[in-house]
Design a protein around this ligand. Structure first.
Ligand code: ADP
Ligand code: MG
Length: 697
């Protein structure tokens, strides 16, 4: 239950004065979370990214050009255009030092006459320009009389907008939202006190939406720091509570005799690498202990996490329990199933694939509940309410950071004392591990299986696409298989698909039916068929959208072409490249880019050419992204965070982590005044799953 003190903040924006259905719709689009309409709190968390400073009040002759200025001037004359003229409406104003022409295109003359009466003095704000030897302001953004001036914000916040939403309308809605903001009890204890003069939560929001000067909204300003710290504390607290809860439910020692694992090891066509052996030993030690496992297995693409997961699951099955492996997409679940089932079954383990679309769901669910299935592989469908296990002992979650804390909780609840192993293929910089996962134990596969050859990475401008197809044609004749990844078009899967279809058609002109197509709009059978044709070598080029980004494994594929590489992020390019270089044959990656390249894109490509070390790439990615995009409405660049930016607030993360730990030691059930305040914090940052955990005992 949400504390009623917060109700005004979680109310829909439609309750704000001046926000009708039309504006509400725009606000939903701007700040609404998917599925729910915009709420007052969402508006308050929509922070300005810049300011207009109107404090400089100069005489006309001294006012600086090309900046927003505020001048006090007398209206001299109106120069209305002729009735059918397209010329602008002009108004001449002056003070004792000089004059300025106010220029209005497509203006409403009545409005101009009313707000700029000849002979009167007005305060006018706008960008002053020199045009044709004359001072002018095109479309002044403020024309105020003395009373209006007294109400004007001297430093005006500038917000990210959405089409059709006027800045003034948004500003009004935000002002109204600020009035709904109650004073909340302080939740920070000693930690925040180490920071300079922390404003209260409410004061911080006021300071950001009504900045006193441009510096007041900087990411390093006290108000921003305060909110970032709040968000990180809420996050760390939720993680700590989750972890606490999972640990408290004591695990059960469960580790078999290793007999079936032996069989699997005898069947797989390779020997485990030392890193795999080490990780497996760590996992087995966790399984054998009676406290609950919460472990992150991280390793670069192609480092061989899957077999480690299989052997971990086998250990649990040997001990008479069940295991589940959850993948983020159906394609990946299927692929895991294809890769694992044959080995598992060679050791007598019964496996099943359970997705949202599984045809034989009913019998499968019965088999799971009866314990006739040892290992279930699937998507999040695995953890729906109706799915019951006889005795789930281990849940493995692949590609974790697509899932939130919530899903992990759902997982842990599927059995009694379920151990959890999280696998991530995007190596996460050390600084980020804490953010995403809290203090989980970590096993790292720091080396790749032997025999891999370095991937030759080259960048070419799109105009040289002919060379690429020529090269492909030679390679295909020699038996190569290639992925061709088509540009990612932000916001439109439909355009993605069209681009892939077009490329596929063009390549078919050259390579005929050796070309296959795979994209997100295909149904699972179609995707399967495309994947299988490629895996079997029936098609040799697979044109795809980024659906192949995560996890797809066809060891024979040795060429990766990425079209419009400049549109992809570094981590994504690394993931895509990781689809090749998995076999013994030499692999190459061709990055086709549209020139001229921007600085960031250039840097990305240089890093990729330079290294295949996923950890280094991840660190560089963070650095580049941190520096990029300051203007966007999404200010964080860090998934799931609204206020905190890791490049700026990274140090706060540690602080929040420590603080959360302190709090829970002193007050594990969040009781008393401070506990109440902390519950508010958890709600404000949507960590109510953690609150539920607390309340469930
Ligand atoms: P990822 O860590 O990206 O999930 P996978 O588990 O898909 O990597 O493994 C990548 C490829 O390496 C697979 O084809 C797998 O069979 C192979 N592989 C895994 N372990 C080894 C090993 N020890 N020696 C050789 N090949 C291995
Ligand atoms: Mg994998």
């Amino acid at each position: 239950m949400r504390p009623s003190l917060l109700n005004p903040l979680f109310a829909p924006v439609t309750g704000l004065p001046g926000v009708g259905p039309k504006i509400a719709k725009l606000l939903d689009k701007l700040v609404g979370e998917s599925g729910t309409g915009a709420r007052v709190l969402d508006l308050l968390f929509h922070l300005p990214y810049a300011t207009i400073d109107r404090r400089s009040r100069a005489k006309i002759a001294e006012a600086p050009f090309d900046r927003v200025v505020l001048i006090e001037a007398r209206v001299v004359e109106h120069r209305a255009p002729g009735p059918r003229s397209k010329a602008p409406y002009k108004v001449l104003v002056e003070d004792e030092t000089g004059d300025v022409l106010l220029v209005f295109f497509l203006a409403n003359p009545q409005w101009i006459e009313k707000s700029l009466p000849v002979g009167e003095t007005r305060w006018i704000s706008g960008k002053l320009e020199l045009w044709d030897g004359h001072r002018q302001i095109v479309h002044p953004d403020r024309v105020l009389d003395a009373e209006g001036l007294s109400r004007m914000q001297a430093v005006e916040p500038v917000y990210g907008l959405t089409e059709g939403l006027q800045p003034r309308v948004l500003g009004k809605a935000i002002s109204a939202a600020l009035e709904r903001l109650p004073d909340l009890p302080e939740w920070h204890t000693q930690a925040i006190a180490k920071l300079p003069a922390p404003p209260s939560f409410a004061a911080a929001l006021h300071a950001l939406h009504q900045p006193e000067n441009p510096e007041a909204i900087a990411p390093t300003a006290p108000a921003r720091v305060r909110l970032a710290h709040d968000e990180l504390l809420a996050h760390q607290l939720a993680l700590a509570l989750t972890r606490e809860r999972l640990r408290r439910a004591t695990g059960r020692a469960m580790l078999g005799d290793g007999s079936r694992a032996e069989k699997i090891l005898a069947t797989v066509p390779f020997k485990l690498t030392p890193a795999q052996t080490r990780a497996l030993a760590e996992i087995r030690a966790d399984l054998a202990s009676s406290s609950r496992m919460l472990r992150l297995l991280q390793g670069d693409v192609g480092s061989g996490k899957t077999v480690v997961a299989l052997l971990a699951m086998t250990g649990v099955v040997e001990a008479g329990r069940q295991a589940a492996l959850m993948a983020p997409t159906e394609l990946l679940a299927r692929q895991h199933y294809d890769a694992l089932a044959k080995y598992a079954e060679s050791a007598g383990l019964k496996t099943a694939l359970l997705t949202g679309r599984s045809a034989e769901r009913a019998p499968m669910l019965a088999a799971l509940a009866d314990g006739d299935i040892d290992i279930a592989i699937g998507t999040h469908a695995l953890f729906q309410e109706r799915v019951a296990f006889r005795d789930l002992g281990l849940a493995v979650v692949d590609e974790q950071h697509r899932f939130g804390v919530h899903q992990r909780l759902a997982l842990g609840a599927k059995g009694e004392a379920v151990d959890i192993l999280v696998m991530t293929a995007t190596p996460i910089p050390r600084s980020l591990v804490l953010t995403y996962f809290g203090d989980m134990d970590v096993s790292t596969l720091g080396e790749k299986p032997p025999g891999r050859q370095p991937i030759e990475t080259r960048a070419l401008p799109l105009e040289r696409i002919g060379e690429v197809t020529a090269r492909l044609s030679r390679a295909l004749a020699a038996g190569s298989r290639a992925y061709w990844v088509c540009p990612l078009v932000e916001e439109s899967e439909a355009i993605d698909v069209a681009a892939a279809e077009e490329r596929c058609a063009a390549l078919k002109e050259i390579f005929g039916d050796k070309v296959g197509l795979l994209h997100g709009r295909m149904n699972s059978e179609e995707r399967d068929r495309a994947m299988q044709a490629f895996a079997a070598g029936k098609t040799q080029i697979l044109v795809a959208t980024t659906v192949i980004e995560v996890g797809v494994d066809v060891p024979e594929a040795n060429i990766m072409v990425i079209e419009h590489a400049e549109r992809f992020g570094l981590a994504q390019l690394h993931q895509l490249r990781g689809r090749v270089g998995r076999g013994k044959v030499k692999s190459s990656c061709l990055l086709l880019y549209k020139s001229p390249l921007g600085e960031t894109a250039k840097a990305r490509i240089a890093i990729l050419r330079d290294t295949e070390d996923g950890f280094r790439i991840a660190e560089e990615d963070l650095r580049l992204r941190g520096e990029g995009d300051v203007l966007g409405t999404k200010q964080s660049g860090m998934p799931g965070f609204k206020m905190a930016r890791l490049d700026v607030h990274g140090d706060l993360l540690k602080l929040a982590h420590e603080e959360a730990r302190h709090i829970l030691v002193a007050n594990p059930r969040l009781e008393g005044e401070q506990g109440k305040a902390l519950l508010l914090l958890l709600h404000l940052f949507e960590r109510e799953a953690a609150v539920k955990l607390l309340q469930a005992g």
